[in-house]
Design a protein around this ligand. Structure first.
Ligand code: GTP
Ligand code: MG
Length: 213
């Protein structure tokens, strides 16, 4: 499915392209999908008791990528097993998927393979995919090493970064990287160098420790 991009000319303010695309957040219940979205959309962290998502929900956010407005429609899925069939129905329309695990929860990491199988089955073949290890602010509870995430991502050829919905680490970057990739795919300008999502992520990513900045 193509991205919807259009050229707009509005009076004296010139012309611009705008694109709209859909991004879906997937992963086990409790990994922080809703918190990541709220952090990105509102710049806040949802502390307090955990309210598990029921069914599916979405928020819109407009980003400006290299002078082009990209509207991201971000679908927040429910990680709980009983809502899986709802999620399946939405995969087909997603241009990008952010697949999350929780670095303080080994089971959520072990389930990534099953998620990838599901993605392979239901999502578009050319879907933009990125693996995120969330909750890196909880250093003392960490059970999944950064290297383990990197290794798994490399194995499957997907870009990877660690994030924290709580501190905000790499949250903006995760969505910006996706938006850039989608924008480049939909507007192939003749003189523009090809955008490489892997390289961009490698260059821009911040580590969770003090010494990686
Ligand atoms: N320390 C820490 N806690 C987080 C972070 N992100 C989410 N949490 C906590 O983890 C719990 C689950 O977060 P949610 O965002 O609701 O999880 P979810 O993936 O949307 O879960 P479902 O909706 O059931 O699929 C909540 O108690 C959050 O406060 C994070 O980056 N750091
Ligand atoms: Mg949720």
């Amino acid at each position: 499915k193509d991205l919807r991009c259009r050229f707009s000319s509005l009076g004296g303010s010139g012309c611009w392209y705008s694109c709209s695309s859909s991004v879906m957040l997937v992963g086990d219940s409790g990994v922080g999908k809703t918190c990541l979205l709220v952090r990105f959309k509102d710049g806040a962290f949802l502390a307090g008791s955990f309210i598990s998502t029921v069914g599916i929900d979405f928020r819109n956010k407009v980003l400006t990528v290299d002078g082009v407005k990209v509207k991201l429609q971000i679908w927040d899925t429910a990680g709980q097993e009983r809502f899986r069939s709802v999620t399946h129905a939405y995969y087909r329309d997603a241009h990008a998927l952010l697949l999350l695990y929780d670095v303080t929860n080994k089971a959520s990491f072990d389930n990534i393979q099953a998620w990838l199988t599901e993605i392979h089955e239901y999502a578009q073949q050319d879907v933009v995919l990125m693996l995120l290890g969330n909750k890196v602010d909880s250093a003392q509870d960490r059970v999944v090493k950064r290297e383990d995430g990197e290794k798994l991502a490399k194995e499957y050829g997907v870009p990877f970064m660690e994030t924290s919905a709580k501190s905000g680490l790499n949250v903006e970057l995760a969505f910006t990287a996706i938006a850039k990739e989608l924008k480049h795919r939909s507007m192939k300008l003749p003189n523009e160098p090809k955008f490489k999502l892997h390289d961009y992520v490698k260059k821009e990513v911040r580590g969770s420790g003090c010494c990686r900045f």
